[in-house]
Ligand binder design. Structure first.
Ligand code: ZN
Length: 262
């Protein structure tokens, strides 16, 4: 299924997304996920609306966002880093999450704020120490898109990444979650800045696969439904400035579009 989360006058809802003449529409309201304390089921009837016209929210309410650094060879090289021997984890603050269309705010504390377009895993079932012989797919609810916005100068000067990756608005997420795609088969990840392609990679080039990542993360910390694991960014990261529009597209999911402001 493909689903989104959206706001109406009655509150936050989840909606099933279907294609109508090639365009995504919210077809009906579906039951909220238990991890989301704010969402409510449908009240009365619901007229289908185009996804584009909906007041979209981030599709997930994560308890944590466990990111993977340097998971594409060419991206590790462009920042002068070695390819890691095992997945490199860092946490992004859930308070940084914003919806499709919300503005990324450039903080006065940073002189260089970069986009990082990424495919992200959404957890569907509590996962602790996933065994080597276990199929990780039973723990995956689906996939979405994350822009892992990063204050590159502070990432360097701080020496660790919590502040650089954790500013408010630094985690645009959406527009929807789908379980109808297979990253192992290769999905194109594209980031455009003001319409110009800046990043283009395929998930076939991930150094550590989806299965390896989930085993590695769950060996350390329990993943719970709604948690998000962005899988790393391809080469081509670069800075954004006020007035820009950044779009991250993942084949089979759609496009996450956000303006940039101060
Ligand atoms: Zn990243």
């Amino acid at each position: 299924m493909r689903y989104c989360r959206f706001q109406t006058e009655a509150g936050a809802h989840y909606g099933e997304v279907v294609d109508r003449d090639g365009e995504p529409w919210i077809q009906c309201v579906v039951a909220p996920w238990p991890e989301d304390p704010w969402a409510r089921p449908a009240a009365g009837s619901f007229e289908p609306i185009p996804l584009q016209g909906a007041n979209l929210l981030a599709p997930v309410v994560p308890s944590k966002i466990v990111c993977i650094g340097r998971n594409y060879r060419e991206h590790a090289a462009e920042l002068g880093n070695e390819v890691p021997k095992e997945p490199l984890l860092f946490l992004k603050a859930p308070s940084a999450v914003i919806a499709p269309g919300d503005a990324i705010r450039i903080p006065a504390l940073s002189k260089r704020v970069d986009f990082e377009g990424e495919l992200a895993i959404v957890i569907g079932k509590r996962a602790t120490r996933i065994a080597a012989n276990e199929d990780v797919r039973s723990y995956i609810r689906g996939y979405t898109i994350v822009n892992d916005v990063t204050a590159r100068d502070l990432q360097k000067s701080d020496g660790q990444w919590s502040r650089a990756k954790g500013f408010d608005t630094f985690c645009p997420m959406g527009p929807l979650v789908t379980d109808e795609i297979d990253p192992d088969a290769g999905l194109t990840v594209t980031t455009r800045l003001n319409g110009a392609v800046k990043q283009q990679g395929t998930t076939q080039d991930l150094i550590f696969s989806i299965a390896t990542l989930l085993r590695h993360v769950s060996a350390a910390m329990t993943l719970v439904p709604g948690d998000v694991v962005p899988t790393g960014t391809p080469a081509g990261v670069g800075p954004m400035k006020s007035g820009d529009v950044v779009e991250v597209s993942v084949e089979g999911i759609g496009t996450l579009r956000n303006p940039v402001d101060v």
